[in-house]
Design a protein around this ligand. Structure first.
Ligand SMILES: [Zn+2]
Length: 447
């Protein structure tokens, strides 16, 4: 985050107008996606995307408004600015019922619910086609990370399959002919503040990733997470934890990203360690705040190998995303911590990785124990399994490792990953014969 203006509305609400530091792509990126340079925080939301112009290479592209605070969902109509526009709403049927959206949304709102957790490219394309069909100039995403990612795609993708694939693969710029407003109902993914969206093709995960993907406005009301059960709550919290840990040690970390990551972990770790099985309202407020901070951290750095190897665990074994990320952290954190200087991949040198690990050890209160063990204890404290045994055997391990290591998210990992060590660590998670996580990997490492 570069510049931001913060206006306190009252003791519970906060509005931040954020000018993104990201820059447009080289000329040839789509006209109409840039706001004029220089007045980011002062422009009205209504005019933010109104003036088509070609991106300048160094131009900040837009501002984003983030309204946070318990009870702020009541201000949805004001934030969404739907007045006379047609509204395209991406939300699951469960979210529609739980939040009584029929009472909240304008009568002409078009609802799209034909997506599932970990949405596919095809579902995203169907959302984009439905959005274009109704001519909506406002896309509203309400729900967990999957709903928000489909909403991002509904705004960004053209209707023709190959043109949409070009956007997904980064060959074309996303569309920007509608405003995008996101309302998370879970605390963890942080999709409301990031410039990317995860979509699956088969078991492979792909990212829409462009400054033009980011929402124009987000409304984060922690009260919307009050109905989340423990499994979903804690999996999402571990997702935010993984975002913060991976951003902190990323080879792309910056002073700003590290500040966000440390702030997120400072909020998250005591709650994951000490909270009751169902968090209090205050703890839910903090989880929402941490999710935003961790989201901003990975918006600058992207995630690393724990996420890269979590996507196949989710697609092949249905392990919840945040839980899968934390399972991978139990071995990866120990691997990063134990890496020799020759195994490091950070161009800034060993001191950068050492500093990140020292910070993590302090924040986690590691006290002479391996970081991976401490993270494992947090899983136990939240009642989540520390392994996910499968009957599929070594073939599945090979598939998970091959798909994970092929991900572009590997590139920010601060160590050079040895495929044999990764396979051993994933085998410890998946194979029925294994003991506690990391044993086989540790044996190989120490051999
Ligand atoms: Zn994640």
């Amino acid at each position: 985050m570069c510049d931001r203006g913060v206006a306190r509305r009252n003791s519970r609400e906060r509005i931040e107008v954020v000018r993104t530091g990201a820059v447009c792509a080289e000329s040839g990126s789509d006209a109409g996606r840039c706001a004029p340079e220089g007045d980011g925080g002062n422009r009205t939301r209504r005019h933010r995307r109104a003036v088509p112009q070609r991106c300048r290479k160094d131009a900040p592209i837009m501002t984003s408004t983030v309204l946070t605070g318990r009870g702020t969902f009541d201000r949805l109509a004001e934030i969404a600015e739907w007045d006379s526009r047609s509204v395209f709403v991406v939300a699951s049927a469960g979210t529609v019922n739980r939040l009584r959206l029929d009472r909240v949304l304008p009568a002409r709102a078009r609802l799209f619910s034909q997506f599932r957790p970990n949405p596919t490219f095809e579902q995203a394309l169907a959302a984009a086609r439905a959005r274009h069909e109704c001519g909506a100039r406002l896309v509203l995403g309400i729900g967990g990370g999957s709903a928000l990612d489909v909403a991002k795609a509904a705004r960004a993708l053209p209707t023709e399959q190959s043109a949409a694939a070009d956007v997904l693969d980064g060959r074309s710029a996303p569309l920007a002919d509608a405003r995008l407003v996101l309302v998370p109902t879970t605390a963890g993914p942080g999709s409301e503040v990031t410039q990317f969206a995860a979509l699956y093709r088969g078991s492979r995960k792909f990212s829409l990733d462009s400054p033009g993907i980011k929402a124009d406005a987000a409304l984060v009301d922690p009260a919307l997470t009050d109905g989340c059960g423990p499994a979903q709550t804690w999996s999402c919290a571990f997702d935010a934890l993984a975002h913060a840990v991976e951003s902190l040690w990323s080879t792309r970390s910056t002073p700003v990203s590290r500040t966000h990551a440390v702030a997120a972990l400072t909020l998250l770790i005591p709650i994951l360690r000490d909270a009751d099985p169902v968090p209090s309202r205050t703890e839910r407020d903090r989880l929402s705040e941490a999710a935003i901070l961790a989201g901003r951290a990975i918006d600058l750095t992207r995630t690393t190998a724990a996420h890269a190897l979590a996507y196949p665990l989710t697609s092949h074994l249905d392990v919840r995303h945040g839980h899968a990320c934390a399972l991978n952290l139990t071995w990866l954190a120990t691997m990063v911590e134990a890496a020799e200087p020759g195994d490091l991949a950070d161009a800034r040198g060993p001191a950068a990785v050492a500093s990140a690990i020292t910070t993590l050890r302090r924040l986690f209160g590691a006290d002479g124990r391996e970081l991976g063990r401490v993270i494992q204890d947090l899983l136990v404290a939240r009642g989540l399994p520390t392994r996910c045994p499968s009957d599929s055997g070594t073939e599945l391990v090979e598939t998970v490792v091959a798909e994970g290591l092929a991900s572009n998210r590997i590139s920010g990992t601060p160590i050079v990953l040895d495929p044999a060590l990764v396979a051993a660590a994933v085998g410890d998670l998946l194979l029925a014969r294994s003991g506690p996580c990391g044993n086989r990997a540790k044996e190989l490492r120490d051999a």
